[in-house]
Ligand binder design. Structure first.
Ligand SMILES: Cc1ncc(COP(=O)(O)O)c(C=O)c1O
Length: 452
């Protein structure tokens, strides 16, 4: 018998084959749309990532609302992927839908601010504790712009990231640690510059490595998720951020905290919940309730330096901004999301369900005797194929197994339960119910029973 992460791999492969056949037989309309899409869409999908699911062809959505969506063949799903965080507070939240309808009659984009800009920036300052804000269309853009501002403000060229990080398609961060040395990620397409010239990379939770990488004073900023979520989850060890922040500060380096996923920790993100004091703060994905937009904030001191950098630069393009950034529609969506959707009450509901989910998954793992664990960042839960949570990106990478993930994901999907296609991330939203969670736990138990 060939085993893998405690699983009988022959059984898993047989199950996967059967599940693919079931999916294909039942989803006639999705199959037909996939066939038509292949005529004019490169890769057969609007974004090539959409081929990364476990399904043999793309699942087409008819409508999505709250914690649920329906596909074009009429099958209903409870969504624990939630657009990989873009719909973390549920699909089409009513206050956002209302704001979009209203703003839709009042103008969509003007390259001028509306009153919402004032309300939103005031709320961002109150909620996240940083006094000055700017906007972007995506978290990728926000990170890209913050790196540019950090370099401009400090006059330093280098940035530091943690091994295994993801901050969007920001070229600078695609540098891995391979055998202890920085190496540009092989999968990165069309990049002709040597990124290792200006990007340093160290393991998360390794204070000595951080200290050594910052010691020469050439690093403009550390760009980090406060808990890593994109290579499986890697949580900071107790006291890590306190010590890391002191090191970063001592070397005159800026700390940029990217909360795009860790906003699952609470209404003020991990930053507020754990008393971090970043110089800059980034949040994209769910901030507009699913409408493309992102925000980034500066401390008072960094805002001053950033504005001085712009003031002192020659006139012309700064390299920061896109035409539709902070458009009227996005601002209305952010206002509605911040005012009525990302509330304390919504988080309280999500935390209780995430706790129920984590406990349920842990008890299944124990009962089925697989060497797996469950890791959590607030409303974000993940099961990982190792007995204890990984402590850094290298450890996390070693336990990823996309083939095994696909077996589990497709089994769940065929039973109306969708989880994130990348590793095993599971989100609950304000519309998720306890019985949704219980169904997911029961199906997880069934799939393990079938392949252990
Ligand atoms: C932490 C983090 N930052 C930034 C991004 C980029 O977000 P987007 O793809 O919406 O630009 C992601 C996407 O997964 C992310 O996880």
């Amino acid at each position: 018998m060939s085993t893998r992460h405690g699983i009988d791999w022959n059984k898993a492969q047989a199950l996967f084959k059967a599940e693919r056949e079931t999916f294909a037989a039942q989803r006639r309309r999705s199959r037909e749309l996939s066939r038509q899409a292949a005529e004019h869409l490169a890769f057969g999908v609007p974004l090539h990532w959409m081929n990364d699911w476990s399904t043999p062809f793309s699942l087409y959505v008819d409508r999505a609302k709250g914690a649920r969506f329906r596909d074009v063949d009429g099958f209903d799903y409870t969504d624990f992927c939630l657009g990989d965080t873009g719909a973390m507070f549920g699909h089409a939240p009513a206050p956002v839908a209302r704001a979009l309808t209203e703003q839709g009659t009042k103008g969509l984009t003007a390259m001028l601010p509306s009153e919402d800009a004032v309300w939103v920036s005031r709320e961002l300052a109150r909620r996240f504790g940083l006094p000055f804000w700017q906007f972007a269309m995506t978290a990728t853009d926000a990170n890209r712009f913050v790196l540019r501002w950090a370099r401009a403000a400090t006059g330093r060229s280098k940035v530091l990231v943690f091994n295994g990080c993801y901050h969007g398609t920001v070229d600078d961060v695609f540098v891995d640690l391979v055998d202890g040395r920085p190496r540009q990620r092989d999968s990165l397409l069309g990049q002709v510059y040597d990124l290792t010239q200006h990007t340093r990379v160290v393991e998360f939770n390794h204070l000595e490595a951080l200290e050594a990488a910052l010691a020469d004073g050439e690093v403009a900023c550390v760009l980090a998720e406060p808990a890593m979520t994109n290579i499986g989850m890697v949580l900071p060890e107790p006291g890590y951020w306190e010590a890391a922040q002191a090191i970063i500060r001592r070397h005159g380096t800026l700390l940029v905290i990217d909360e795009t996923h860790t906003i699952s920790t609470g209404p003020g993100g991990y930053t507020r919940a754990h008393g971090l004091a970043p110089d800059a703060f980034v949040l994209g994905k769910p901030i507009g309730g699913g409408v493309p937009c992102a925000v980034y904030g500066f401390s008072a001191e960094l805002a001053e330096r950033v504005q001085a950098a712009k003031r002192n630069a020659p006139p012309g393009h700064s390299g920061v901004g896109t035409t539709l950034t902070a458009n009227l529609l996005a601002m209305a969506a952010m206002r509605a999301t911040l005012a009525e959707v990302m509330t304390e009450a919504a988080y309280a509901h999500m935390f209780a369900l995430a706790e129920r989910l984590a406990e349920g998954l842990r008890s299944v793992i124990e009962r089925r005797g697989v060497p797996w664990c469950v890791t959590q960042v607030g409303a974000r839960t993940e099961f990982q194929f190792s007995p204890a949570p990984p402590r850094n990106g290298s450890e996390a990478e070693c336990i990823l197994d996309s083939e095994l993930e696909h077996v589990i994901h497709l089994y769940l999907l065929n039973r109306g339960l969708l989880i994130t296609p990348f590793h095993n991330m599971i989100l609950v939203c304000p519309d998720t119910t306890a019985s949704d969670v219980d169904r997911l736990i029961a199906a997880f138990d069934e799939v393990l029973a079938a392949i252990v």
